[in-house]
Design a binder for this molecule. Structure first.
Ligand code: SF4
Length: 264
């Protein structure tokens, strides 16, 4: 069994508890205006052009974005990092892109990890057919679930898709025993409007207890990736998210979870 990924990051400390190995899957049904991982959007392996410097000259070069990974290779990678999981309470995280776009592989990898007693997390936008979503969620220890924009027309405008399916899946998820961490991207005047934050707060107040909320402030680092991939980046004029506002929003959510963190 194979999947297409665009990165594997060992020693990650931002994608769930402890030290983790994060697999970044290609393909995503959304097109969030602020996306930091545009290399995930195309489902296949891409060749992109770039330049590297020799002295004062820029020399053109080609770079491959994406690679095939087999299930055995993924498991070997997890096993190689296992010592770090055991010492830190970590494990593997399946991220992207949207990992549920390659659900068969994801399910097989989650099952294999559990047979080896390795903790698993899935980082998802929640945009997946109900049956796929349910099957994946029942196989993982932890879900990192993004809540971006609660108003449907705004969600469509800034991500390209309606949020109805996402919110349906979220409702179901919050009735399950699986542990959930909520991730909220902070994008000025898009996700951080009072109306949107109040709507997120209202939803979180009405569900089961959440151990943690991660606030993910916008930063400009993705711009060069868009350039390399020849994609238009609509938010290139937006400055990094202001630190004072990060703190204010953290305070706003502080009573909803034992841990509210900034940045990941
Ligand atoms: S869901 Fe995540 S990977 Fe997909 S476009 Fe949005 S930010 Fe990017």
């Amino acid at each position: 069994m194979k999947a297409i990924i665009f990165d594997i990051r060992s020693f990650s400390v931002h994608d769930g508890p402890g030290i983790r190995t994060t697999f970044f899957f290609k393909s995503c049904p959304l097109r969030c205006a602020w996306c930091h991982n545009p290399e995930s959007h195309h489902p296949g392996i891409q060749k992109v052009t770039g330049t590297y410097k020799i002295g004062q000259s820029s020399v053109p070069c080609f770079k491959q974005v994406g690679e095939i990974i087999t299930l055995n290779q993924a498991i070997s990678k997890a096993e190689a990092d296992r010592l770090f999981y055991e010492e830190s309470g970590g494990g593997i995280t399946l991220s992207g892109g949207e990992p549920l776009m390659q659900a068969d592989f994801v399910i097989a990898l989650l099952e294999a990890a559990h047979q080896l007693d390795i903790h698993t997390a899935v980082d998802t936008s929640g945009y997946a057919p109900e049956s796929v979503f349910k099957e994946v969620i029942t196989k993982t220890d932890l879900v990192l679930f993004d809540l971006k924009i609660m108003e449907d027309a705004q969600h469509k405008k800034f991500t390209g898709k309606s949020n109805r399916l996402i919110l349906e899946n979220f409702k179901w998820l919050m009735r399950q025993k699986t542990e959930v961490i909520i991730r909220i991207p902070l994008i000025e005047n898009i996700t951080d409007t009072m109306q949107n934050l109040e709507a997120i707060r209202a939803v979180l107040k009405s569900t089961k207890a959440i151990p943690r909320i991660d606030l993910l402030p916008y930063h400009q680092t993705a711009y060069n990736k868009y350039k390399q991939l020849d994609l238009t980046y609509g938010l290139k004029q937006l400055p990094n998210y202001p630190i004072e506002k990060q703190q204010q929003i953290k305070t706003y959510f502080n009573d909803l979870a034992p841990v509210v963190s900034i940045g990941a």
